[in-house]
Every structure is written in structure tokens, then in C-alpha cells.
Design a protein around this ligand. Sequence first.
Ligand code: URA
Length: 242
Amino acid sequence: MPARGHDTASPAAPDRPSKAAGARHLASGAAREALAALRGALQRCRECPLGYFATQGVAGEGTLRPALMLVGEVPGDQEDLQGHPFVGPAGQLLFRAIDSLGWPREALYVTNAVKHFKFELRGKRRIHKTPSQREAAACLHWLEDEIGLVEPRAAIALGATAARSLLHRNVAVTRERGRWLQRDDGLRVLVVLHPSALLRIRGEEREPAYRQWLGDLRHAEEIVDEWLRRSRSAAGGGESHS
Ligand code: URA
């Protein structure tokens, strides 16, 4: 994620039941250490073939206990080379939308359902391929670990792969987009189109599709606003951030 190193401005515990209800939340230092360990372990992951061909595993980045965890499909060419999620064209569109919604990057954690780039070679070009269900299933434990450590208030699934990984079922994005769904652990998930789907739309149809996508994303506005209110009141004294 372009803006980094801001993992302190978070509100107190999220208002959803954790997996181990009643268990204490990890202190943010411990969660940061565990995420760093996860990032290291990811580099050694060969649970599916993708890890053999990618440059590196790309873990999520952003704030602990954010308002929103944004979950994409899989790192693309640029993400694979740079080692950060959403730094290529799809990320540029995503952050353009986020900026136009007025959501601060500090309110977010951005990651992917699948952690290694999947591609086929066409000449010298590496062309993105959609991960298979089996590859996404092999990768699921990394995402679930991230959710447990990051403790987002809610999640946004960008596209079908993310939606299936988060909700553990097939999701028809065009039918279920713009709706809040809920996981068994209580985490709420808003399903929207993947930004690459918008980039594939050519001509005059792209702008209305972009506006509709913004409208879908806007369903999470209240969560961001509430998170900001709590962060500001914590920063003004009282509640601890970490
Ligand atoms: N598309 C994704 O799903 N994730 C990225 O990180 C980049 C592009």
C-alpha cells in the first residue's frame, strides 16, 4: 500500500466477536511481530505451485485494527516485483476511489486472497491469470491469520476470489455487490467489483460503472467515519490506541 508505517492510529477493540470470544486482543506490538513473522514464512510457502514461479510472496500492509480490510485477488506483475499490494494499475484506480471518498489510508489494511502472482508468459510479458479455487484454498490460512492479527472492523471483498475466500462460498459478485454479508465469526464483508474489472471496460461505459462502484464502496463510509471519530477521541486522551 503506498502510505505505510501508520499502525498506531487505531481505535480500541473491534465490535465484532473474535474467533476466541473473550480472549484478549494481541497487543499491537505482538501483532506487528506476528505479521512480520507471517511475511517471512510466506516467502517460504510452497503449498501450491505459485510460490515456485513468483518473485516473492506479497503480504498485506496498513493499519492494525483498521476500519476496513480491503481484500483483492492476487498480486499483479508490479506487486510481485515491488513486494507491496496494489501498487500497479488496479491499485491506482482503487486508491483514486478511496481518495475521492475521502477515506484516509490510515483507516485501511490492504491485502490479497492469494499471496503469490499467478501468470503465464507471452513472449517476455507476464500475463495475469486468475488463481484456481485450489490455489485460493491453499492460501486461505494466510488470509485468516492476517484477519486474526489485524482485527479489522469490517472487510471489503474486491471481486469473486476475495469474496469466496472471505465468505467460504461462491459469491456472484454482480448479484451480491453493494451488500453487507456476514461471516460465521461476525466479521461483516461488503462485496464489490474488483478494480481490474473496471479497467477492462472500454469507452463510455467505464464512467457509469466507476460511479456505481464508488456507490458500492460508499456503503462502508459509516464504518470509516465511526473509526475516525474513535481515533480522534482516543488521540485527544482517554482510550488507548494499541
Ligand atoms: N490486483 C489484486 O487483486 N491485488 C493486487 O495487489 C494488485 C492487483
